[in-house]
Design a protein around this ligand. Structure first.
Ligand code: GTP
Ligand code: MG
Ligand code: ZN
Length: 314
């Protein structure tokens, strides 16, 4: 290959100002062209994990990123102020070009808390990501009904739900849903995210390859990012993504991220009905008629209170 030839790849890790780009199964450390840095200086970060880029090789087996393809979507988070530990208005892109959010929830130990799942469903909807719920630890179930019940709760929630056990390697259903997609994984603490990632059979990060060519090889394990699945598809996994949350939700827009409510809510007397105490509320009518699952309505109430509290921090 000629030195000045352009190549295509995808950013799999970020190290300060440099990015590791995977291209034809090879990991290449790249910096950004000076002109790009200037153009994009106003953005919070230049490249993000998941970005598709065009680059050229320079001497010393390093690359230079010439262009970033327009992002299909971008997952953002707010920076937390180190002093006050509060959210700041500054956003940071943590991953680009993501297809779906896999929400890992445990059936037991810790017990399933629906509002934690639903909060992530709202977050997925706000980021235009398809949500997949992985109901984990079904090996701990005492009855099939216990599992079926969760599937019923989410029957009309516009998400895909599958169950299994990360620990026992019972993940075939989930792997099938992840095939050829770029997924991010989130879920409450203890639900089994790390166990799942360790058991998905992700291909090694080729740190050996990187080591021989770059000076970053030994640091890669602490900065895990884009992992390839042997069955096709990949997982973007960084601590930042595990904190993925509906931080930009407000009490007024949460309802629009509950697919069961959205259409019905058009009929409420007040356009900005919160479906809590207002008269002539079609959502509450539907709840009483058994058309909306009571547990979904319950988590909605909790989130209106919780997320309302978060947005007041500003
Ligand atoms: N019985 C059972 N235990 C599991 C399963 N998956 C994970 N665990 C256990 O659950 C505990 C928590 O799993 P982790 O993978 O550490 O959970 P996590 O979601 O990464 O938690 P955080 O890192 O705190 O967010 C560990 O003790 C796992 O061994 C499962 O399918 N069945
Ligand atoms: Mg973990
Ligand atoms: Zn209403």
């Amino acid at each position: 290959m000629k030195d000045n030839e352009f190549r295509k790849g995808r950013i799999v890790r970020i190290h300060g100002l440099d990015s590791v780009v995977r291209s034809d199964g090879e990991d290449i450390v790249c910096s950004f062209r000076g002109v790009m840095k200037k153009e994009k200086r106003k953005l919070t970060n230049l490249g993000a994990v998941g970005d598709y880029v065009t680059f050229s090789m320079t001497e010393g087996e390093k690359g230079v990123i010439e262009d970033i393809e327009e992002r299909r979507n971008a997952l953002e988070r707010r920076r937390v102020d180190k002093g006050t530990k509060r959210f700041t208005p500054h956003k940071q892109v943590i991953a680009a070009n993501v297809d779906q959010l896999v929400i890992v929830a445990s059936l037991r130990e810790p017990p399933l808390k629906l509002y934690q799942v639903d909060r992530l469903l709202v977050a997925a909807s706000m980021s235009k990501l398809h949500p997949v719920i992985f109901l984990n630890k079904v090996d701990l179930a005492e009855s099939q009904e216990e599992i079926d019940w969760v599937f019923e709760v989410y029957a009309n929630a516009n998400c895909t739900i599958t169950s299994g056990s990360a620990q026992n390697g019972d993940t075939a259903g989930l792997l099938e849903l992840m095939r050829d997609k770029t997924s991010v994984i989130s879920g409450p603490s203890g639900a089994g995210k790390s166990t799942l990632i360790n058991n998905l059979g992700v291909l090694s990060q080729r740190t050996g390859d990187v080591n021989t060519k770059t000076r970053y090889g030994s640091h890669t394990t602490t900065n895990v990012s884009l992992l390839e699945l042997p069955s096709g598809g990949c997982v973007i996994d960084t601590p930042g993504i595990r904190e993925f949350d509906a931080w930009h939700a407000t009490p007024k827009n949460i309802g629009s991220h509950y697919p069961e409510f959205a259409e019905i809510a058009q009929g409420c007397r007040f356009r900005d009905c919160l479906h809590i105490e207002e008269p002539d509320c079609r959502v509450k009518d539907a709840l009483e008629a058994g058309e909306i699952h009571p547990n979904r309505y319950r988590t909605y109430q909790i989130l209106v209170t919780d997320l309302g509290g978060i947005s007041k921090e500003f």
